[in-house]
Design a protein around this ligand. Sequence first.
Ligand code: NAD
Length: 297
Amino acid sequence: MFGSVVVGIGTAGFVRIRDMLAPLPSSAAEKLSVKGFISRRTLEEQQGVKQITIEDALRRDDIKVAFVCTENAVHEENIRTFLEAGKHVCVEYPMAMTYKTAVDLWDLAQEKGVVLHEEHIELLTADFKQLKKDIAGKKLEEGSLHFTGGPLKPGFGFPAFSGIARLTWLVDLFGELSVTAATMEEDQENKYMKMTTQLMTKEQKPLTWIEERGPGLPRVKNINFRFDSCTMTQLPPAAREPVGLFMQDLVLFSQKLLGQVPRDQLHAERHRVLHCLELADRIQQLSQQGQGSAQDA
Ligand code: NAD
């Protein structure tokens, strides 16, 4: 069994505890058992699980795994602390706020011989799986993905990082990308922001990615993908799957702990995660330079 601790009791932390208390039957997730949680607040038991200190978690031999479910700004510090102590880490996306940090953390995990896993539930949704099937074999001419949602709480970072799930969709659908331009509009007083990014596929086909957040904006992904044979303007309908998204991710992470995930798959996943974080870094740089074009930089 892998004794685990959950760090950060927000939405994700709550779900992690819930899923470990009732893992998918006959799945690798049954090998995890939650031993406690860590919070900056002093909290009562959560779903029957006790609060423990970080020192305790690091010292205890029966705790082998940490789930890092805090806001993004403190992921790095938490991941590093647990990896240094030789614990496996599952972190909710994004792993870190810079590409270089993610590379360092992954190297540290390798040096310590432990698993570092970044959750990507957006790749496990029924609508994404259906979309991927529907576009297989089609040739992209150009496309856009426009996400809207409510304002983020502090500590979630630059939108290319907090919104890495949308970028990961584009990379998973269309392969490696490059950034040609990025701009950011922000009205802090009104909690409004809009990041507009121009990307290019390896086949030199343009993609636009927009993250727009503000009070009252619905949480929606609008797509417009023009292919050689058709245009898609809506996500395909897909039936909800019986196993929840975080549970699917928990099974994958547990399979990694048990050495059941093929090396090629691990390598491809690491490559995709780092590629997305490298793009996010570039988008942030270009947006903050103000002029926004890769040619100008
Ligand atoms: P959240 O805002 O619910 O919680 C984030 C952090 O804030 C936690 O550490 C929590 O302990 C702390 N927190 C929450 N309420 C607090 C309060 N009243 N006082 C003090 N601290 C408080 O955020 P979340 O949705 O759980 O996201 C956590 C991580 O999970 C992020 O990295 C996010 O990107 C990732 N993630 C979340 C989801 C999701 O569906 N919620 C999906 C994918 C990834």
